[in-house]
Design a protein around this ligand. Structure first.
Ligand code: AMP
Length: 422
C-alpha cells in the first residue's frame, strides 16, 4: 500500500496543518468583517458549467480539468475555481438572497497541471464575490478585503497590479487592433500563440514566455482604448483605492485567463514566490458571466486567493510563523494527589475557554514534559505532591523554561493575563 498521498496533493499534519488552519480562520474573520456571507458549493459540478464560463480557449478548460463520468453517465468536473459555481448557486436562489449578494468561500480546488513548487493539483482558495453591484466601490471593497487579509497575516512582500480590460463596447475594437499588431509580430510568438492568437489575442498579453512578453510590451494598451463609461469606472476605482490607502501598479498587460471578465482586473504578486508561480491571487469584474450561465444580466466582481500553497509559502519565506501554539497549557499531574488535582483543573480551564490537555494515564514527569512539548503547548502546568498539598501549580513557560508558582484557584485568570488563547 502506497502511504504517500497522490501526486500533486498534500497531507496536512501538525504543525503545518495548524498554520493552514490559521489562514482559514483569518479568511473567515476578514470576510465577515467586510459583510461577506459564508457559502459552500459542491466539490464537483456539471462539466458544462466550467466549459461555458471559462470559454473554450482558456487553459483551465483545455488542459487542466479533472473531468469524469459518474455511474449514471453524467459528465462532471472537480471544481477548478469558485466564481462560476457561486454565481450558479446565486442564480438558482436569487429571489431569496440579498442584493447585492456578498459571498465568500474557503475550500479546495483541483486542476490537473504539472506539480511544482507553488503549483499543486489540489490547492486551497479564499474566494470573495460581490454579485449584483456595478459600482466601482464594489471592486474596491473586494480589493480592500484581500488587502486586509494580507495585513492580518503580516505578509509584507507583495504588491497589487491593476488594469481595466474594457467591456463589450470597447474591447472588440481593441481586439482588432491587437490582432493587427500580433499579425505583424507573429513570427516572434511562441508556438501555441503563433497558431491560435486570433481566438483569444488577450491571452498573448498574459503569456509568461519571454518572447511573447517582448511582443506584449510593445502592443497597443487597452487602457488607451477604453470607452467613456469604462474609463470613468477605472478612474473611480483608482481614486477610491487611493482613499483606502491601497497602492496599485498599473499593468496594461494584466488580463485574466477567463473570458467572462470585464473592466477591472487585479492581481496580488508575491515578491518571494518562485518565478512563474508568483501570483498570490487575483480577480476582477465579470459582468458577462451570469448571462453566459442562463441568468439575467448581473454584474459581479471578486477575487480568488491561493491560501495554499501560495500564501503559506510566501509567509514561510518571510519567516512569519502562522501557526502559534496549539495548546494554552498541558497539565502534568505527578503522584497520586497531583493526578487527582489535574483532572478538575483541566476541566475548569476548558470550561473557561482555555485550550488544555493532559496525559490520559500515569506517566513519569519526563514523559509528560515531552508530551507537552510535542503538543506545542505554551505552558506546562505541573501538579506534584508538593503543589497538591499547598494548593498551587508550577507554571512553566515552555519557550524559555521560566517558572512561576500560582495558587490553583488563580491559574485560569493568570493564564488569561499572560497571553494564552490569543
Ligand atoms: P486563478 O483562478 O487561476 O486566477 O487562480 C487564483 C489563485 O489560485 C492563483 O493566484 C494562485 O494563488 C492559486 N492557484 C491557481 N492554480 C493553482 C495551482 N495549480 N496550484 C496552486 N495554486 C493555484
Amino acid at each position: 500500500m502506497e502511504l504517500q498521498p497522490p501526486r500533486g496533493t498534500t497531507d496536512f499534519l501538525p504543525p503545518g496543518s495548524e498554520s493552514l488552519l490559521r489562514l482559514y480562520e483569518a479568511a473567515h474573520r476578514v470576510a465577515r468583517l467586510f459583510g461577506f456571507r459564508y457559502v459552500e458549493t459542491p466539490g464537483f459540478e456539471a462539466t458544462e458549467l466550467f466549459a461555458r464560463s471559462s470559454g473554450e480557449s482558456s487553459d483551465v478548460v483545455r488542459k487542466e480539468m479533472y473531468t469524469f463520468k459518474d455511474r449514471g453517465g453524467r459528465l462532471l468536473t472537480l471544481r477548478p475555481e469558485a466564481t462560476a459555481p457561486i454565481v450558479r448557486a446565486y442564480l438558482a436562489k436569487r429571489h431569496e438572497l440579498p442584493s447585492p449578494f456578498k459571498a465568500y468561500m474557503v475550500g479546495a480546488m483541483w486542476r490537473y497541471g504539472r506539480p511544482q513548487t507553488g503549483r499543486t493539483r489540489e490547492f486551497r482558495q479564499f474566494d470573495v464575490e460581490t454579485i449584483g453591484a456595478p459600482e466601482p466601490a464594489a471592486d474596491v471593497e473586494v480589493i480592500a478585503c484581500g488587502d486586509r487579509y494580507f495585513r492580518e497575516l503580516g505578509l509584507r512582500g507583495r504588491h497589487l497590479e491593476l488594469n481595466s480590460i474594457g467591456d463589450e463596447t470597447c474591447r472588440p475594437g481593441y481586439r482588432r487592433l491587437l490582432i493587427d499588431y500580433l499579425e505583424a509580430h507573429q513570427g516572434s510568438l511562441r508556438d501555441e500563440h503563433r497558431d491560435r492568437f486570433r481566438e483569444n489575442p488577450l491571452r498573448v498579453l498574459d503569456c509568461k514566455d519571454p518572447a511573447c512578453r517582448a511582443v506584449a510590451a510593445g502592443a497597443p494598451k487597452i487602457s488607451d482604448h477604453l470607452c467613456e463609461p469604462c474609463r470613468e469606472h477605472f478612474d473611480e476605482v483608482q481614486r477610491l483605492l487611493k482613499e483606502e490607502g491601497i497602492e496599485a501598479d498599473l499593468v496594461p498587460t494584466l488580463v485574466r485567463g477567463l473570458d467572462y471578465y470585464t473592466r477591472t482586473t487585479f492581481e496580488w504578486v508575491g515578491d518571494r514566490l518562485p518565478e512563474g508561480q508568483g501570483s498570490l491571487g487575483g480577480g476582477g469584474r465579470y459582468d458577462g458571466l451570469a448571462e453566459i450561465l442562463g441568468g439575467p444580466p448581473t454584474p459581479g466582481v471578486g477575487f480568488a486567493l491561493g491560501i495554499e500553497p501560495r500564501v503559506l509559502l510566501a509567509l514561510e519565506k518571510e519567516g512569519v510563523r502562522a501557526g502559534g501554539e496549539a495548546l494554552d497549557c498541558f497539565v502534568i499531574g505527578i503522584g497520586e494527589h497531583g493526578r487527582e488535582a489535574a483532572r478538575p483543573l483541566v476541566r475548569e480551564l476548558r470550561s473557561v475557554g482555555l485550550r488544555a490537555d493532559a496525559a490520559l494515564g500515569d506517566r513519569p514527569l519526563g514523559a509528560q514534559m515531552k508530551m507537552a512539548d510535542r503538543a506545542n503547548a505554551r505552558f506546562a502546568l505541573i501538579l506534584g505532591e508538593r503543589e497538591a498539598a499547598a494548593g498551587t501549580v508550577t507554571v512553566r513557560r515552555l519557550a524559555d523554561g521560566h517558572q512561576d508558582v500560582v495558587p490553583q484557584t488563580d491559574v485560569a485568570a493568570w493564564l488569561a493575563t499572560h497571553g494564552a488563547s490569543e
